[in-house]
Design a protein around this ligand. Structure first.
Ligand code: IPE
Ligand code: IPE
Ligand code: MG
Length: 247
């Protein structure tokens, strides 16, 4: 055969396809601060600037979905002062970024056990989610009091209730049913998962959704993560061959 198979042509264009959904484990704020003999809280404050950069870059490049791991179900076990600082930083961030989110058509959606967050944080989140719900430029899923195992437990509870009420037949449960009952219902799975600070672990993040995500771990601490490095990771993603079990 001396002509190109259609599938070969498709592969060439696929390489240039941008990720539809980027998920990030933003790690290393504490170590960034400790290296400078500052309190861990200063590291979180500096990390907020990186969040701003990443959001802007996604908007510029045209990434439709961004999921940020901001607070895990395990993070409550940190010192009270640090937890309180993270909550207050989050509230400050929601209000300082309000204008920019509206201007750049950014929709904020929080995922996790939100009802266990402090009530003022819940109120601020509800306000932002409501104000941005019609924005169509970029969807940010902010993972707060998020744990993938908690998400899976809740999914099982929601499905079981439907079975009890005879709204669903157990034999008809498939992967789509599971997806529809996760916090991320309606959001495509992440194509690209980035973790900063070098740890080779998932730390209870999106266990179901990352089944086929491309993983990039960088040693850079989150507050030091730059636009250049972010763009170079997106560039390397485009050079990877995603086979999804095929040849
Ligand atoms: C990530 O940075 C932020 C949160 C988990 C809230 P860390 O605070 O985990 O920083 P390290 O890992 O201690 O350096
Ligand atoms: C994961 O980071 C959670 C967030 C980034 C919010 P951690 O610092 O909590 O994870 P471990 O403890 O290193 O696994
Ligand atoms: Mg950490």
């Amino acid at each position: 055969m001396n002509f190109k198979e259609p599938s070969e042509n498709r592969m060439e264009t696929d390489k240039k396809i941008l990720p539809t959904h980027i998920a990030i484990i933003m790690d290393g704020n504490g170590r960034w601060a400790q290296k400078r003999f500052l309190s861990r809280i200063k590291g979180h404050e500096k990390g907020a600037d990186t969040v701003r950069m990443v959001v802007r870059t996604c908007r510029e490049v045209g990434i439709p979905f961004l999921t940020l791991y901001a607070f895990s179900t395990e993070n409550w076990q940190r010192p009270k002062k640090e937890v309180a600082a993270l909550m207050s930083l989050l509230k400050k961030f929601l209000s300082s970024e309000h204008k920019e989110m509206m201007k750049h058509e950014i929709r904020l959606n929080a995922i996790g056990r939100l009802n266990q967050l402090p009530s003022d944080v819940q109120k601020a989140l509800e306000k932002t989610m409501h104000a941005t719900e019609n924005n169509r430029g970029l969807v940010i899923n902010l993972a707060l009091n998020y744990g993938a195992r908690a998400e899976i437990v809740e999914m099982v509870q929601k499905i079981s209730r439907k079975i009890e009420k005879k709204e669903l037949d157990a034999g008809h449960i498939d992967e789509k049913t599971v997806e529809m009952h996760l916090y991320t219902s309606g959001v495509p799975d992440p194509d690209l998962l980035i973790r900063t600070s070098g740890e080779m672990r998932i730390s209870n993040f999106l266990l179901w959704q990352i089944a086929y995500s491309e993983i990039f771990v960088t040693d850079t601490l989150w507050p030091d993560f730059t636009k250049e490095e972010f763009l170079s990771i997106i560039d390397s993603f485009q050079k990877r061959s995603r086979r999804f079990g095929k040849v």
